[in-house]
Design a binder for this molecule. Structure first.
Ligand SMILES: O=c1[nH]c(=O)c2[nH]c(=O)[nH]c2[nH]1
Length: 286
């Protein structure tokens, strides 16, 4: 009996690419999850450890980002074909390149503001005691992005701080919010829609120096627009988008090509209240 190597392939999975195409102040956004898998004459690395035919998976990831800059990204099929052909044409040992793309759709909210397509979730928690009734409504999974109009600088630097200061970055979050109603009678549907619109408008229209400042602006806008509400609690993950360093390939990256990180993420939490209303009758949590 002999043990032999069967079918095999290798590549880079889940390269998270966000490409911003800037046409003046109007931006176009492409958000992809790209997979690359190559197969061909790759027995040597498995059998002897000879890596002479192994294009590093790290290079595949770099190629995705570099091509996004050089060629732009339109339809996912076009981008996938470009990449797959590149690997087959430039790597003699590669017989087959499989490129998979998941595209995440974003709906436009403004020239450089977007909402991730898909339903957010409306939440409600009512608490009834002998003395009081409390209604808390909320939303989760409302995913928003501004591709500019966000800065972050002037922060503390200690010996462990490496974050560069920036005057132009992506700001993205998945809004998790709950708000307490003053009474137990309201036009609940209108109130919910109005609160979500206020949250969204504030995110879109706040020129942000920090997500903390945006949080305050969102809370303020909701309480200003909705007099039936007493208080809002917000938990805003800072969905980081890392500018990819393309200078090593002789390419400039003027806030066009980003790695969309999933974890860790900043988490900015805060409560915004009216100061002229009774406090909550029962304790509640976001
Ligand atoms: O808006 C931000 N607030 C922070 O507190 C923070 N910290 C960080 O690393 N990036 C950011 N961004």
């Amino acid at each position: 009996m002999a043990i032999v190597l069967g079918p095999n392939r290798y590549g880079k999975a889940e390269t998270r690419l966000v490409r911003v195409h800037r046409d003046g102040d109007t931006h176009r956004l492409v958000d992809l999850n790209v997979g690359v898998a190559l197969s061909g004459d790759l027995s040597a690395t498995h059998l002897t450890g000879d890596n002479a035919g192994v294009l590093p998976t790290d290079t595949m990831k770099n190629t995705v980002y570099a091509f996004a800059k050089q060629h732009g990204v339109g339809e996912p099929e076009t981008f996938a074909l470009l990449l797959a052909r590149h690997f087959v044409e430039t790597q003699g040992q590669v017989r087959s390149a499989r490129v998979t793309v998941e595209s995440f759709a974003w709906d436009r909210l403004g020239p450089h503001s977007f909402r991730r397509r898909g339903e957010h979730t409306r939440t409600t928690a009512v608490t009834v005691t002998r003395e009081a009734t409390q209604v808390v409504s909320g939303v989760t999974g409302l995913v928003l992005m501004n591709t500019t109009a966000s800065e972050f600088h002037g922060f503390v630097r200690d010996r462990y701080t490496t974050l560069p200061e920036t005057t132009d970055r992506i700001l993205a979050t998945a809004v998790d919010a709950k708000w307490r109603h003053l009474g137990d009678r309201a036009d609940w549907g209108t109130s919910f829609e109005g609160a979500v619109d206020a949250l969204t408008d504030a995110f879109v229209n706040t020129y942000s120096m920090s997500l903390q400042q945006t949080l305050m602006s969102m809370g303020t806008m909701v309480l200003t627009a909705r007099p039936e509400l007493a208080e809002i609690r917000l938990a805003l993950p800072n969905k980081h988008h890392y500018l990819v360093d393309l200078s090593v390939f002789g390419l400039e990256n003027e806030n066009e090509v980003f790695l969309a990180g999933d974890r860790p993420y900043g988490l900015i939490e805060g409560t915004v209240t009216r100061d002229d209303v009774p406090p909550a009758a029962v304790e509640w949590y976001l």
